[in-house]
Ligand binder design. Structure first.
Ligand code: XIL
Length: 316
């Protein structure tokens, strides 16, 4: 599957966006619309309108849907962040996972069940989220179990970033999913966000090795949110950076294509102009833009990066 993150408001306002999305991709991730603050803005009060719009678009164009994301420390409504007490947090989490996964039962191919649970420290630990604080590590296994009960046919993924290359965070995620598998928790795979910078992206061999570690455990994998920044951290003139970007896309996507258990590659947006990396609040990337991170330029022309992805799928 070849996917893109899509936004409902662009589908409504930009016909070219919708046309290109339907023509080029057969898998869709709602970029924001299924997140907690969108679908459950106040306790047990639900708004699926924007997410449903994307699912309807996907179904009209024979595209599969990746649900994103049931449990994440970010983009939570304030009421959830401020909830206290293990019983209250457990009840709200269970209701959320069951309701959202239940609403999309039979309509999503896969779910990112738990997103970004680990910290970026040199010794990664589970982030100090409302879930971790009140429930401990058990919130992860429980979320997978509830999601599986609500939609037994959906593939269930753990999703994270900065795990595409060897390191402490990768080891922490590997150890978590190994324990989940051993305990019989219904987890089917791991997603690699792959938000990378062309200046220091993992190599094909590194990424292929990481993918193999997980598929050897009997898990599926996917590239869930790839974009390749060629902002100011990357040296050289623009044509040089554009070529490096093409090669980076090819090399990372090729690592997925080479492993039969890697079932999808999703880019985190369609034209450069709508990329989240260009939004000023992403402080980690601040001052490095413009990033030109995606496969289509601002007039929907195919960039060399597009050919890089195509080369990878064609084994060139
Ligand atoms: C980003 C969206 O692209 C932005 O529009 C939003 O403001 C913040 O979230 N990891 C994830 C995605 O799992 O959900 C994030 O998406 C990007 C990082």
């Amino acid at each position: 599957l070849v996917g893109a993150a899509l936004a409902a408001h662009h589908l409504t306002s930009d016909t070219q966006y919708a046309t290109v999305a339907a023509r080029e991709f057969n898998y869709v991730t709602p970029e924001n619309e299924m997140k907690w603050s969108y679908v459950e803005p106040s306790p047990n009060s639900w708004d699926f309108a924007a997410a449903d719009q994307i699912v309807a678009f996907a179904s009209k164009h024979n595209m599969k849907v990746k649900g994103h994301t049931l449990v994440w420390h970010s983009q939570l409504p304030k009421w959830m962040e401020e909830l206290t007490g293990a019983e209250a947090v457990r009840a709200a989490l269970e209701r959320h996972v069951r309701t959202v996964a239940g609403h999309y039962k039979g309509k999503v191919y896969a779910w990112d069940v738990v997103n970004e649970a680990f910290s970026d420290d040199s010794k990664p630990v589970l982030r100090n989220s409302v879930f971790q604080k009140h429930l401990g590590e058990e919130f992860i296994a429980q979320s997978f179990r509830w999601a599986h009960e609500a939609d037994p046919d959906a593939l269930l993924f753990y999703n994270d970033y900065s795990i595409e290359y060897p390191g402490a965070k990768l080891d922490a995620v590997y150890s978590l999913v190994s324990r989940l598998k051993a305990a019989g928790v219904p987890i089917h795979g791991v997603g690699f966000q792959s938000h990378v910078n062309a200046a220091d992206a993992p190599t094909n061999a590194q990424f292929a090795g990481v993918i193999k570690r997980f598929t050897d455990l009997g898990l599926l994998v996917n590239i869930s949110e790839i974009d390749v920044s060629i902002g100011s951290k990357v040296s050289g003139d623009l044509p040089t950076r554009v070529t490096l970007q093409r090669n980076t896309y090819r090399s990372l996507v090729a690592a997925c294509v080479a492993n039969p258990k890697c079932h999808s590659v999703t880019v985190w947006g369609v034209p450069d102009k709508y990329s989240w990396l260009n939004m000023p609040e992403f402080w980690t990337w601040a001052g490095q833009g413009p990033h030109y991170p995606l496969l289509f330029d601002d007039s929907y022309g195919k960039k060399p990066a597009y050919d890089g992805v195509l080369d990878a799928f064609c084994g060139r």
